[in-house]
Design a protein around this ligand. Structure first.
Ligand SMILES: CC(C)(COP(=O)(O)OP(=O)(O)OC[C@H]1O[C@@H](n2cnc3c(N)ncnc32)[C@H](O)[C@@H]1OP(=O)(O)O)[C@@H](O)C(=O)NCCC(=O)NCCS
Length: 156
């Protein structure tokens, strides 16, 4: 029987597994690290995917402008990739963006094919406001960023 995947808003008990998952990806240079304190502060912006009470994926939304929001910290644990969980989390994040009346949803990513499958298009980074790049000062790759910008405009 296929495993039942639940996507839901993150709660306090998720902070430690979230921290571990993001730290693992940060070590590989795929995500920016987030401290436990930062995760607690930003918890309301996170969604998680779980199977049998085990956290297998996460993602968050960061508002960048009056109509623009960024998908951040999107990751699925090894062993659970390629099963539609990432797409389910993106759908959940898009629903949250729609509920907050934020029609432009962007991401900076190496996973362009995945985002294209989910209806995003590649766009030039210059279309985004300065605020998009404020987090880049914390990134070790700030002077040699090779991430691609993708955007989806949704109905709100
Ligand atoms: C990218 C990631 C979130 C995708 O999650 P996932 O659960 O594996 O993806 P899904 O199973 O929902 O895939 C949806 C579709 O995209 C495709 N896809 C998934 N990852 C892909 C990839 N790396 N390259 C090309 N296509 C990909 C799948 O084949 C699937 O297509 P299908 O519907 O035709 O079968 C996950 O692989 C991951 O955690 N990657 C490492 C962290 C990362 O890079 N995050 C992005 C930061 S913005």
């Amino acid at each position: 029987m296929p495993a039942v995947v639940t996507c839901r808003a993150a709660v306090l008990e998720d902070v430690e597994p979230l921290y571990q998952m993001i730290a693992g990806y940060a070590e590989q240079g795929i995500m920016l690290p987030r401290s436990r304190e930062a995760l607690q502060r930003q918890l309301r912006h996170f969604v998680v995917a779980e199977i049998d009470n085990e956290l297998v994926g996460c993602g968050s939304l960061c508002q960048l402008g009056k109509d623009l929001v960024e998908i951040r910290s999107l990751g699925i644990s090894d062993g659970h990739k390629g099963q539609g969980i990432g797409s389910k989390l993106v759908d959940t994040l898009l629903e949250h963006a729609a509920a907050r009346k934020l029609p432009k949803v962007m991401a900076l990513t190496y996973e362009v094919s995945f985002f294209k499958k989910n209806g995003f298009e590649v766009v030039d980074t210059s279309i985004f406001p300065e605020k998009v790049w404020t987090d880049c000062v914390h990134c070790p790759k700030q002077h040699c960023c090779d991430e691609i910008a993708v955007l989806k405009v949704i109905a709100v």
